[in-house]
Design a protein around this ligand. Structure first.
Ligand code: ASP
Ligand code: MG
Length: 462
């Protein structure tokens, strides 16, 4: 069996859901378990409802609920015809949606009356997106004669009670997922489960963090020992570079988990690899596919790096970076110095990315420089501080980096026209990062792409 997870844009309207249905139909012999996200932007709307009720603004909450109801109802009407043979199905889907919307209204009214929104109440509200979309997708599959059934993930995704960021408990989830889903799979029913949501042992609804549906897919797949996990989204997969910057960018057909993890930090927003770790650890391959272009081969994420004739897999970058340089002769041989510096960033809840040190100086990059003024003030008690804005990090990723002497020479040779500020090779040794002026970044990415991807290993790149 396989897991097929459809993200928000893959279920955003009737046309997208119809695409998804045909994709599911094409794989029905592989016994799919379908996991769905909320329809695109619905989770955001639900969070707005939560904010409104906490401000006692039931009017506002109620008007957002009305819009959501209209959207889910009209999508249902488009997907399930009103003719004789579908009338009962359509009625039953509409009724299920009504039950959920009534529940949502009740919760919203109660919270607005009290003017109090606990994380637990917020989760009850926010979970509705997936609960609604799964009812529609299951109904639409049935309307197209696919034997599907909505299953409630809260019956088997067992989490702790850290509402809004709950952590699944794998042992219990594995047992329950098998108990609930296996009988359906065995009798050729396609279960349609919700991503993103679960429940505590005592049955309170939880959510596992924004974008959590990929994680749900991985957990369910790992629990059932799936052959594959397919993440259906709105891009063709991971690319050798951002095609808006490097028009020659190509799709990466296969990449290791470690390589994908390095890229994700740089806004390869396709998926956050840590979310699929439970599956990768069990040796289950994770595929990324495009619902709107299913013929494209996608990207496969596997546990082990694959041999490639190209030394690197991808070039990533991030704009809007700020460098903070701290220089102090007191640093010489002093222990505890770095900690003193990091404590300052910690105090202002600012996370740091690339760090380089010399005997007397430390350079640190930030991508959120909102609190740079107080940070600078505090750091000035430690040494001389210089802040440089409008920088960019460029990151070259590939497992073979660690075995290839002279690679740094090729990288910096290619970008020799730019002023390079900081260079760092992560401990994993599969990325080489450096900082340059933001105004040089596009050119640098194009030059690197030319240097490393003029010829492509057809086993690895499309
Ligand atoms: N609907 C949730 C969100 O938007 C979970 C997901 O889509 O993965 O964050
Ligand atoms: Mg989403």
């Amino acid at each position: 069996m396989i897991i097929m997870k459809f993200g928000g844009t893959s279920v955003q309207d009737a046309a997208a859901i119809n695409n998804a249905i045909e994709i599911i139909r094409g794989r029905i012999s592989r016994r799919p378990v379908v996991v769905v996200s909320a329809m695109a932007r619905v989770t955001d709307s639900l969070l707005e409802i939560a904010t409104a009720v906490s401000a006692r603004d039931y009017e506002k909450a109620s008007s957002i609920i009305r819009l959501l109801r209209d959207r889910h109802r009209s999508t249902t009407a488009e997907l399930i015809p009103a003719d004789e043979s579908h009338r009962r199905l359509r009625g039953s889907v509409e009724q299920k949606l009504d039950v959920l919307f009534n529940e949502l209204e009740t919760i919203a009214l109660a919270a607005a009356t009290l003017g109090e929104l606990t994380n637990r109440t917020q989760d009850a509200i926010v979970s509705m997106g997936e609960r609604l979309s799964s009812v529609i997708v299951a109904g639409a599959l049935q309307a197209k004669s696919i034997n599907a059934e909505m299953v409630d993930s809260r019956a088997f995704v067992v989490t702790d009670n850290h509402f809004t960021a709950a952590v699944p408990r794998m042992k219990e989830t594995e047992l329950k997922a098998r108990e609930v889903l296996q009988p359906l799979i065995d009798s050729h029913v396609t279960p349609v489960a919700q991503g993103f949501i679960g429940a505590t042992i005592d049955g309170f609804t939880t959510t596992i963090g924004r974008g959590g549906s990929d994680y749900s897919a991985a957990i369910i797949g790992a629990s059932l020992g799936a052959e594959a996990i397919e993440i259906w989204t709105d891009v063709d997969g991971l690319m050798t570079a951002d095609p808006r910057v490097a028009p020659d960018a190509r799709r990466i057909k296969i990449i290791s988990f470690g390589e994908a993890a390095e890229l994700s930090y740089f806004g390869a927003k396709v998926l956050h690899p840590s979310t699929v770790l439970p599956a990768v650890e069990k040796g289950i391959p994770v595929y990324i596919f495009n619902t709107h272009n299913p013929a494209s081969g996608g990207t496969t994420i596997v546990a082990e790096p694959q041999p490639s004739r190209n030394l690197i897999k991808s070039i990533a970058f991030k704009r809007g970076v700020t460098i903070v340089n701290i220089t102090s002769t007191r640093m010489l041989l002093a222990h505890g110095f770095l900690r003193t510096i990091f404590d300052v960033f910690d105090r202002y809840e600012t996370s740091v990315d690339v760090v380089t040190t010399s005997e007397v100086s430390v350079s640190i990059t930030l991508d959120n420089a909102e609190r740079i003024e107080p940070i600078k003030r505090d750091l000035e008690g430690i040494g001389q501080v210089a802040v440089e804005k409008h920088k960019a990090i460029v990151c070259v990723v590939g497992n073979d980096l660690k075995f290839t002497p002279g690679l740094a020479g090729r990288v910096f040779g290619a970008v020799s026209g730019s002023n390079v500020n900081m260079i760092s090779q992560g401990a994993s040794e599969i990325n080489l990062s450096f900082v340059i002026d933001e105004s040089d970044v596009e050119q640098a990415v194009r030059l690197l792409h030319k240097e490393f991807f003029s010829e492509l290993d057809p086993a690895v790149f499309a």
